[in-house]
Design a protein around this ligand. Structure first.
Ligand code: SAM
Length: 486
């Protein structure tokens, strides 16, 4: 659904019921400026979308007449509102930085997964990745797997199942160069969010300079299609965009300029909306962007993918935070990890990482919401479900859970050495960053965050935990699915 469609729906509703646009917004979601904000490109959460929908469903027959009768002055306003709404902008509803899939039952407004996602979480993600060391630590953990892979000609094949801001991919590609300096790289990243694609691409010019034999592919395809760069749905395939960019020149500066020039192409094509059926983010049209250095085109020819799809056969698959913590076990296994496991080549390794809890971050959450625990499934449960899902296709796969001391790792919020002491009070921005990290990692739904923000206790809880531990840290859990070598 895009902004125009939603505004049209609201407009139709207002016309039928005689409500003014501002009254509608106030009654539905306590925001008289809702429609006007939407028209100007404002973001809403899926929770807000659910509330709008449920208001319209519940009040279709009952609200309008009494409202118009008791406030006669609203009738002309309603007409004006209807007119202005139909002239609304056609921009799609912007989605946040996440490409995480989930499978909430359609229309389930109370589903916690839907409520966490997505529109407003972009800022939380960006603050989190810049204030905590997680993406560095994840990249280090992933890079350890480079010791266990044995790429075969013509290239080392890497798949990143959710590029995000690109920090993990960038750092892993650096480590790949360090270990395999003369091996061509074929790196494919899946990402549905326009902003994340922009952020990730901005980081890549140095990679083409240090490691010229690189083919980098970004795509917004779904998990089941992205590793093969092939779209199963015929109707989607008909609107697919395949864009190849051969970078000219030899310096990072020149590459950066050409990558920056891609922004209008990205804006035009990397659009996403929300599936009315599932509430998941979905692309408007499938896009594959292929980037390599023109002066290496001849050498790279065997690995530059061609429209219509390609082999997967990955040596390394990164699945960093690839599903919502509260997603069902079935979803995590069937929709995410199983298809990614199928994409492994002989000797290939998939490393999956998700938040674990049982850390000071979760302590903050539990002080505010006692008993809250979003971390529903551990690595053992997920791998068991993946094995079951794959059946005979999983015969030549190994499922490596490892002991806790290898699987679990810690990352920290960056703080200055003297910032957190028992004696002094902690700066407000540090407290906000810590609170943001805690609610982000625990994927707390926006309406609960808003409730907590209504009183000051959440900052007290955050300060107490920071002081108790002298800082803030979190645990991630990792596991590896590997395919036997032939
Ligand atoms: C853009 S994706 C992740 C992309 C990339 N793989 C990464 O690790 O940054 C961001 C999604 O992953 C989830 N996510 C990222 N880091 C997380 C963390 N440390 N804990 C919980 N969820 C996280 C968020 O909910 C968000 O929907």
């Amino acid at each position: 659904m895009n902004a125009q469609e939603l505004l049209q729906e609201i407009s139709d509703y207002c016309r039928q019921t005689g409500l003014a646009e501002s009254t509608f917004g106030r009654r539905a979601v306590n925001d008289g400026k809702l429609a006007s904000r939407l028209r100007h490109g404002g973001r809403i959460t899926t929770e807000t979308l659910d509330r709008i929908r449920s208001f319209m469903t519940t009040n279709r027959n009952s609200v309008a007449r009494p409202a118009v009768i008791s406030r006669g002055h609203e009738a002309p306003q309603a007409i004006a509102a209807a007119r202005s709404l139909t002239a609304a902008a056609a921009a799609p509803l912007p989605i946040a930085s996440s490409s995480r899939p989930s499978s909430p039952p359609p229309g389930s407004g109370s589903d916690p997964q839907r409520n966490f996602r997505f529109f407003d979480n972009r800022q939380k993600y960006l603050l989190f990745v810049n204030t905590c060391s997680e993406k560095w630590v994840v990249a280090n953990r992933v890079s350890l797997e480079l010791h266990n892979i044995h790429p075969r000609p013509p290239a080392l094949r890497l798949f990143d199942a959710g590029v995000g801001d690109g920090t993990v991919l960038l750092r892993v590609m650096r480590a790949m160069h360090d270990r395999f300096p003369h091996t061509p790289f074929y790196a494919v990243g899946k990402e549905i969010s326009l902003e994340d694609v922009r952020l990730a691409m901005q980081k890549m010019s140095d990679r083409f300079t240090e490691h010229p034999a690189t083919v980098l592919v970004l795509t917004n395809l779904a998990y089941a299609d992205a590793p093969w760069l092939a779209v199963k749905s015929l109707s989607a395939a008909a609107s697919a965009v395949w864009h190849e960019v051969a970078l000219t020149g030899t310096s990072a500066h020149q590459f950066e300029q050409q990558i920056t020039n891609l922004v209008p192409f990205l804006n035009e094509n990397w659009k996403a909306g929300v599936s009315p059926k599932t509430g998941n983010p979905v692309y408007e049209r499938p896009v594959v962007l292929v980037v390599y250095r023109e002066d290496h085109k001849f050498l790279l020819d065997p690995i530059i993918p061609k429209p219509g799809g390609t082999i997967a056969n990955y040596d390394l698959v990164i699945a960093s935070q690839p599903y919502r913590a509260r997603a069902s076990l079935d979803f995590k296994a069937k929709r995410v990890i199983a298809p990614l496991s199928r994409a492994l080549g002989p000797g290939g390794r998939l490393i999956a990482i998700h938040s674990h809890g049982n850390d000071p971050g979760q302590e903050i959450i539990q002080r505010v919401w006692p008993g809250d625990n979003p971390f529903l499934h551990d690595r053992h449960q997920i791998m068991k479900a993946v094995k079951h899902e794959l059946g005979p296709a999983g015969r030549d796969l190994n499922f490596n859970a490892y002991a806790d001391n290898r699987s679990l790792f810690r990352y920290d919020m960056h703080t200055l050495p003297s910032e957190i002491t028992q004696e002094s009070s902690i700066g407000t921005s540090t407290l906000f960053a810590a609170w943001n990290a805690a609610i982000y990692v625990s994927q707390v739904e926006d309406h609960r965050v808003a409730e907590a923000a209504a009183d000051g206790r959440y900052l007290e809880a955050t300060a107490q935990v920071l002081q108790k531990h002298g800082g803030l840290w979190f645990f991630d859990e990792s596991y590896v699915v590997s395919r036997r070598r032939e």
